[in-house]
Design a protein around this ligand. Structure first.
Ligand code: SF4
Ligand code: SF4
Length: 441
């Protein structure tokens, strides 16, 4: 695509990067067919190609964002299906990230929209605040229907509906410390505790630590770790996102320099996509660029890391049929497609892949709160495809997808690592009803 930026505009490294991305796009439109918002709404401006034109026009003219561009960029899920489809290697992720920062700097959103985004940014990344908010949400749930009647309050109705009926107790495993390998020590990794996941489902990291320890891997929870920054990053709040990234880089670098790390294991693929991008996000910060690149290179989804280990025979053969839902951040963001399915199959599960597996479930960070209608349409389409497989349960590797799919599915939705931990001798996931297990031969 031809671009018309001035030399002065290109002196800004963010603009220069976006210009490089824009020039790769050849307008072919292949990406439109796999874009969930285009498939759902049928509007070219809600397709990757349409959004690319809008961003190009805004940046080339150094224009402040307007209502039209904000509407269509806000509807983008950042699912990155377009990047998987694009034959020209257009890095839509970095382009839309830049557009969101520009929007945040130049557009004044309506009051309630600003308030809702402010609440999400102030609460979700902090486990203590998030836990308190979920407890409050239980009390507010009867008002969800009333909130639905007022457009500006719809995100609050969505929040109330998504809040779980009960909040699990905090896990001791989320506290800083080290969990020793059982038997001969074969490796040492850090685990990201994260923000929302340990509050909603502490059992995911508990299963991960337990499984890795039994496989001979020491797992450390470094002091100073926090939210990966994805939530505010996707809101265009770059300062806050980079601060959170730097805090994590510092926490992991201390471990790397003290006792060494083989990997930084991440159990939420949404966080994995962001941490693997720290090297890019902090490339212009001379104090952090190199350290961030080192951290990104060590970041591994738990299934990606498990696939590098010499696994024993599973202790149980569950023999259950599992519909594997590949989170967008897993398949499009991190290009991890093979390992979770292979690990589940090896562990004795029968893996089915739902139709339209490339389409987002509508969770997408805070999308299911900020865009509840589109999100619900995508969720229902996803659940229909999952249930058509006839599987007894769903396996997936991202807490957002678990919450979203479980809100409409009639079968349990379980994190992949909890199923693997069970098969390799750990506890049965509490989500599963009573099931007879076959002993491994
Ligand atoms: S990230 Fe997803 S929703 Fe956004 S333009 Fe690409 S395919 Fe469409
Ligand atoms: S598929 Fe790639 S090159 Fe084609 S329109 Fe989409 S982003 Fe541009």
């Amino acid at each position: 695509m031809q671009t018309n930026f001035t030399t002065a505009q290109l002196a800004d490294p963010h603009v220069a990067e976006s210009e490089k991305i824009l020039r790769k796009c050849v307008h072919c439109g292949f990406c439109t067919a796999t874009c969930p918002t285009y498939v759902t709404l049928g509007n070219e401006l809600d397709s990757p190609r349409g959004r690319i034109y809008l961003i190009k026009d805004m940046l080339e003219n150094s224009r402040p964002a307007d209502k039209e561009i904000v509407t269509h960029i806000d509807r983008c899920l950042s699912c990155l299906a377009c990047m998987t489809t694009c034959p020209s290697g257009v890095n839509y992720m970095h382009l839309v990230d830049h557009a969101r920062v520009h929007i945040e700097k130049t557009y004044r959103r309506p009051l309630m929209n600003r308030f809702t985004r402010g609440v999400l940014a102030a609460v979700l990344p902090y486990p203590t605040r998030f836990r308190a908010a979920l407890k409050l949400a239980r009390l507010g749930r009867p008002f969800a229907g009333a909130f639905d009647k007022i457009a500006a309050l719809k995100p609050f109705a969505a929040m109330l509906r998504l809040a779980p009926a009960s909040v699990p107790a905090a896990s001791a495993m989320a506290s800083p410390g080290s969990h020793a390998a059982k038997g001969t020590k074969l490796g040492r990794v850090a685990i990201l505790t994260g923000c929302a996941q340990p509050v909603l489902e502490p059992g995911i990291n508990e299963a991960t630590v337990s499984l890795l320890n039994r496989l001979g891997i020491e797992v450390v929870v470094p002091r100073g770790e926090g939210c990966c920054g994805a939530l505010v990053h996707h809101m265009g709040r770059e300062g806050a996102a980079l601060d959170q990234a730097r805090q994590n880089v510092d926490a992991w670098m201390r471990e790397i320099e003290q006792d060494g790390l083989d990997a930084i294991v991440i159990t939420a693929s949404g966080c994995g996509t962001t941490i693997k991008d720290y090297g890019f996000m902090l490339r212009l910060d001379p104090a952090y660029a190199e350290k961030a690149a080192r951290v990104s290179a060590l970041a591994k989804d738990v299934t990606e890391y498990l696939a590098t280990l010499d696994l024993p025979e599973p202790q149980r053969k569950p023999g259950l049929t599992v519909a594997y839902h590949s989170a967008c951040s897993m398949q499009h963001g991190q290009k991890i497609t093979r390992q979770p399915k292979e690990l589940l199959t090896r562990a004795g599960f029968v893996v089915k892949e739902p139709r339209e597996g490339h389409l987002c479930c509508g969770s997408a960070g805070t999308y299911n709160i900020m865009q509840p209608e589109i999100s619900a349409r995508l969720r229902d389409r996803k659940v229909k495809n999952i249930e058509a497989t006839g599987a007894a349960l769903v396996a997936t590797g991202n807490i957002g997808c678990i919450t979203q799919i479980a809100s409409a599915a009639n079968i349990p939705v379980v994190h992949t690592v909890k199923l693997l931990d069970w098969a390799y001798g750990g506890e049965k996931p509490a989500e599963l009803p009573a099931m007879t297990l076959q002993a491994a031969e």
